[in-house]
Design a protein around this ligand. Structure first.
Ligand SMILES: *[C@@H]1O[C@H](CO)[C@@H](O)[C@H](O)[C@H]1NC(C)=O
Length: 337
């Protein structure tokens, strides 16, 4: 073999080595390009958008997202929506009717309460080719068995997630955990503070740290979850506006109102007992007590920093604690609505 041939062969060998080294890089680039393309979400539909949270999510999507947003409601529903929103109607008990309505949608955000209705919605979403299903969580951390043990109605929510986990080859999901609705909770007194009577009901001394989220921020979080569809796939996503305690809230409202509020102390154990007894008799008015015992009780079951917040990863902006409280006390919500 001439030395020239040997050189040529060496050159070819080197070339092959470079190619072999480049292959994983090329594969990686291709894979990312490919996944980004398949996960591109364009059409989003909100199902059951008439309640407390729905209007805020809808507003956030219309104002702050690039998505084509529609709402799906029951045939007989009388809910009204902003004129720019396309309203789709379906029979929630019929997979066929739901599948027809969901054709062309890439993501479904469910605000539907009933677990059985959510399961039909999952089946219809799969049949319609929807990529991402966001089940009706938005509240307590139902991924924690200690939470579910205290609030048995959460078993339904857990069941929906478990069902989605069996369908991951066909559809992906994200469970968005927000803690109590912060501004709304102040507005209606759920956080234990009553602006009308300037009274505070503190649970277990008001010391438990909890995470809470303003309704507008929940809408923004959902937009980001869909924008980062690959990272947020098949996971619980924890977001919040603030971490605080009932005592800190009381100090803030007393500062804002310039008055001392009347305080009542209660124990979470009593709330669990009362709420549990009512619920056992089929009286759903026991649920708020169970939720409050959970959120503000000494076990601190609603502190989402334990699981790790996604706020930074999602690029959510910080909100004003004081302004959020002022809005809630005035019977309003924080952020543009
Ligand atoms: C926007 O959504 C509506 C309702 O689902 C649909 O009819 C329409 O084709 C969508 N627009 C685009 C550009 O995909």
């Amino acid at each position: 073999m001439s030395s020239r041939n040997a050189e040529q062969q060496q050159f070819r060998f080197k070339y092959l080595l470079y190619l072999a080294a480049a292959l994983p890089v090329l594969f990686f680039l291709f894979k990312n390009y490919y996944t980004d393309n398949t996960m591109a979400i364009k059409n989003v539909v909100l199902v059951g958008a008439g309640g407390n949270l729905g209007p805020s999510i809808l507003h956030a999507f219309l104002k702050h997202s690039p998505y084509n947003v529609s709402v799906l409601s029951r045939q007989e529903s009388t809910s009204t929506f902003p004129s720019e929103v396309k309203v789709l109607k379906a029979d929630y008990t019929s997979i066929d009717s739901l599948t027809t309505a969901l054709k062309g949608q890439d993501a479904v955000i469910s605000l539907v309460g009933r677990p059985d209705a959510q399961q039909i919605l999952v089946d219809a979403s799969i049949a319609a080719g929807v990529q991402r299903f966001i089940p009706s969580e938005f509240g307590s951390n139902t991924a924690d068995p200690a939470v579910v043990a205290k609030v048995p109605i959460f078993k339904g929510k857990v069941g929906v997630i478990e069902y989605l986990q069996t369908k991951e080859k066909e559809i992906s999901w994200s469970g968005v955990i927000t803690g109590p609705f912060f501004d709304w909770g102040l507005k209606v007194g759920f956080l234990g503070l009553n602006a009308g009577t300037k009274t505070a009901t503190l649970i277990d001394g008001g010391k438990a740290r909890f995470s809470g989220t303003n309704l507008h921020q929940i809408g923004l979080a959902l937009i980001k979850v869909l924008e980062k569809a690959e990272e947020t796939k098949n996971k619980y996503i924890y977001v919040s506006s603030f971490e605080t305690t009932q005592n800190d809230l009381l100090a803030e409202v007393e500062k804002i109102t310039g008055e001392k509020w009347t305080v009542t102390q209660v124990k979470s154990a009593d709330l669990f007992k009362e709420g549990g007894e009512k619920l056992a008799k089929g009286d759903f008015s026991g649920i708020p007590a169970l939720l409050q015992g959970n959120i503000f009780g000494e076990e601190e079951l609603s502190d989402s920093t334990v699981q790790g917040l996604w706020n930074e990863k999602l690029g959510l902006e910080k909100e004003s604690f004081e302004e959020s409280i002022k809005a809630g006390l005035a019977g309003k919500l924080y952020g543009d609505h």
